[in-house]
Ligand binder design. Structure first.
Ligand code: AP5
Ligand code: MG
Length: 212
């Protein structure tokens, strides 16, 4: 299956992506994760990305389109399918993705759109913790790890309240035309995101089982 997962920062894209990958074995392609890996390795792209991400702004389209195209061109994608998480995030990226997929002769099959009340997102992001070794995402209150030890977890730099506010504004402004673009193609499946993590996944699972 070739899929997108969309939703505002904190909607649960990464959380649900991990469950989708476990169940359906598609390749998870998260532009945010790719940028954070490049930042950790202090590559040229990582240094550039950091200057935008730390302010809650989007990384320029030409950089983001380039890394996605490179990843989608790799051999495993045609075998496993993919789940793009956090891309496209501008209408220009959506058009670039259409072009890339046409060039690679790959068809997009569905867009999972997680809808959440924006007022709940600050609480989700400020409580998010990530395991240092596995990279798995948890929440101090909503999804606490078993045997929690503070030193084993970190918080994302861009989860500070000032940065979160800017991320939400940027994503709310950019998001609607992208969803409209995919609605016009009949690809969008709206998912109620204001429910327990496992209930969100049950709804996604129903959609994907019907797509297969
Ligand atoms: P990115 O990493 O994609 O961040 P984001 O879109 O802001 O989304 P998040 O990863 O913060 O949230 P999520 O929806 O994955 O939520 P999660 O599952 O973790 O991008 C980061 C930055 O990189 C961007 O700001 C931008 O600068 C740059 N970038 C990335 N892609 C780009 C692009 N295409 N173009 C340009 N720039 C780009 O869940 C959040 C928390 O809530 C967790 O603690 C989780 O446990 C909890 N939670 C999840 N679901 C539930 C639930 N149902 N109930 C209660 N709690 C829940
Ligand atoms: Mg994420």
């Amino acid at each position: 299956m070739n899929l997108l997962i969309m939703g505002l920062p904190g909607a649960g894209k990464g959380t649900q992506a991990a469950k989708i990958v476990e169940q359906f074995h598609v390749a998870h392609i998260s532009t945010g994760d790719m940028f954070r890996a490049a930042m950790a390795n202090q590559t040229e792209m990582g240094v550039l990305a950091k200057s935008y991400i730390d302010k809650g702004e989007l990384v320029p389209d030409e950089v983001t389109n380039g890394i996605v195209k490179e990843r989608l061109s790799q051999d495993d994608i045609k075998e496993t399918g993919f789940l793009l998480d956090g891309y496209p995030r501008t209408i220009e990226q959506a058009h670039a993705l259409d072009k890339t997929l046409a060039e690679l002769d790959i068809e997009l099959e569905g867009v999972i759109n997680i809808e959440v009340d924006p007022d709940s997102l600050l609480e989700r992001l400020s409580g998010r913790i990530i395991h240092r070794v596995t990279g798995a995402t948890f929440h101090k209150v909503f999804n606490p790890p078993v045997d929690y030890k503070e030193e084993d977890y970190y918080q994302r730099e861009d989860d500070k309240p000032e940065t979160v506010k800017r991320r939400l504004d940027v994503n709310i402004a950019q998001g609607e035309p992208i969803i409209a673009h995919y609605r016009a193609k009949g690809l969008v499946h709206d998912i109620e995101g204001n429910q327990d993590i496992n209930d969100v996944f049950t709804d996604i699972e129903k959609v994907l089982t019907n797509l297969k």
